[in-house]
Design a protein around this ligand. Structure first.
Ligand code: FES
Length: 150
């Protein structure tokens, strides 16, 4: 994202520190993460200390400092999901998308990470894709689920 695009996002909001969260959300929605140099630039433009911006970027789950896809995939590898074959699901997704832990696809559509217990163990094995939760997934259905996300 070039500086002109970032300036455009900043200018959609009041030019003061109170806009920081909304500006960061807009950038997150465009890039699917917050690059360090962009965070520094926005902090400077809005007069927010970098330590505060960094705190916000790491505190809220809506933000990521690592590149993510438009549809971040989280494969639960907690105990209940592990027992129900979470790693086979993970491997299938990884094979299908040609990405592994922390990576994102070349088209920026997906990224993958493993997580510990999403709090719905009764639905094991559980995978989230973007904001959607998929439970009791058979390995054979993984590709069909991924195809839902364009
Ligand atoms: S272990 Fe996967 S949801 Fe709890």
């Amino acid at each position: 994202m070039d500086a002109q695009t970032i300036d455009g996002i900043i200018e959609r909001h009041p030019q003061d520190p109170s806009s920081i969260i909304q500006v960061l959300l807009d950038i997150q929605n465009e890039l699917y993460y917050l690059p360090k140099d962009v965070l520094e630039y926005v902090s400077k433009r809005l007069g927010v200390p970098m330590s505060r911006s960094y705190h916000l970027a790491t505190f809220y789950k809506a933000f990521s400092l690592k590149p993510k896809g438009k549809y971040p995939i989280a494969v639960c590898t907690g105990t209940a999901c592990h027992v129900q074959g979470a790693m086979k699901i993970y491997d299938q997704i990884s094979r299908e998308l040609h990405i592994t832990e922390g990576e994102r696809t070349a088209d920026n559509r997906f990224s993958i990470e493993s997580v510990r217990c999403l709090g719905c163990c009764g639905l094991a094995p559980v995978v989230t894709v973007g904001k959607n939760l998929h439970g009791k997934i058979p390995v054979a259905k993984v590709n069909k689920i991924l195809q839902q996300y364009k």
